[in-house]
Design a protein around this ligand. Sequence first.
Ligand SMILES: [Fe+2]
Length: 395
Amino acid sequence: MQIKPFHDPSTYTLTYVVYDEHSRDAVVIDPVLDYDPSGSATSTRSLDAVASFIVEEGLVVHDVLETHAHADHLSGSQYLKARFGARIVIGARISEVQAVFATVFDLGASFAVDGSQFDVLLADGETLHAGTLAIEAISTPGHTPACMTYKIADAVFTGDALFIEDYGTGRCDFPGGSADALYSSVHERLYALPDDTRVFVGHDYQPGGRRVRWETTIGASKEANLQLRAATSREDFVRARQERDAKLAAPRLLYPSVQVNLDAGRLPPPHANGRRYLTVPLRETPNVPCTVRDIDPAELVRLGKSVRVIDVREPAEAAGELGRIPAAELVPLATVESAAESWKKDEPLVLVCRSGARSSRAASHLAALGFRHVMNLRGGMLAWNDTKAASAALA
Ligand SMILES: [Fe+2]
C-alpha cells in the first residue's frame, strides 16, 4: 500500500491518495475544493494536483473517504465523484450533524437529515472494500459526533481526532462535539492499536513555524502528544481541552464549509439567474437600547431655547384648537425623515404631536438614524395645554 499526501497551506489540510501499487485500486481521503472567501470564488487547484496524480499513476479511485463534515474547508468529493466515479463515504452519525446544522442554515423539510446525500454510510467496526484495499471504520467522535478514523493495513487516517504530537488534538466545541468523547476515542480506541501503527493526520498547523508534517505513530502519540498522552487522565484532558476551545475563534470558512459538506460536497443549487449563493447566518449584537428620553411640559419649558422643537402634526391640526408651541417647527410625520437629512446629529431635538404617540414613533426613528439627543414630549399638546392651563390657574 502506498500513501501520497497533498498539503493545502491555506487550510492546513492534508489530503491523501491511498493505493495498492499492484492492483492500482485507490481511495482519496479528505479532498479540498479551494475557496477564497474574499471574492467568494472556488478553484480546483488542490483537486487538480490530486487528479493529475491519479491519472499519471493509472489509479482506479473507488471511494472518497470523508473523516467528518469539515468546518474549515469545502470538500472536493463531488469533483472526484464526477471525474472518476468514486463513491462518497462518511460516518453514519453524519445525520446528527445534519440535524443540528439544518436548523442553523434553516434548510427546511426538503433537506434530508438521514445521510442519504452520501453514497456509503459506515458504522463503527464496518469494513469497506475498495478493490484490493480493505478499509476499517473506527468511530472516533469528539471533534464532531460523526468523526471516523479509517484504518488501512498498518495506517490510520485520524482526521481531526489526533494531530501530530507537538500540536495535540482537534477542537471539541462545535455543536455535538465533546472533549469527553474525544478522550475515549483517542485513549481507548486509537491508543489500543499497536505502537507501530502509522498515524496520518487531517491537518498540520505547523506549530512554531516548523515544516509541515503529516505522519507519526501511535507509540509517539502515546508518549508525547501535547494534550493527550497515554498517561493523561480524562479529567485533565477534558479541562484543558475546554479551556483551550473557549479561546479559539470560529474557523474562517465555517459557514461556507459546513453548508456544502453537509450536502456531501454539493454546492447550493443555482438561483433563477444561474448563480449559486452561500448562506451566512448573522449573529446579531443585542439591540442597542433606545436613546429616546420622554420629557414632560415643565421640562420643555426649562430647556427653553437649548432644544429644537419639532411638531409632527399635520398643518390643519396645528392650526386647530390645541394651538402650537411658539418655537416649534412644523414637520408632518411623513416628511420627518427627509427633513432630518439636513439636521445635525448632535443637536438636541424634542418631538411633539397631539398626544405623544406619533412623536414617539418619530423620535425612535430619528434615534435609529443616529440622532444622539432625541426627546419626546410625553402627552403631546394635550399635556402642554393642561400644564399651561394649570400654570395660568395658579398665577
Ligand atoms: Fe474538522
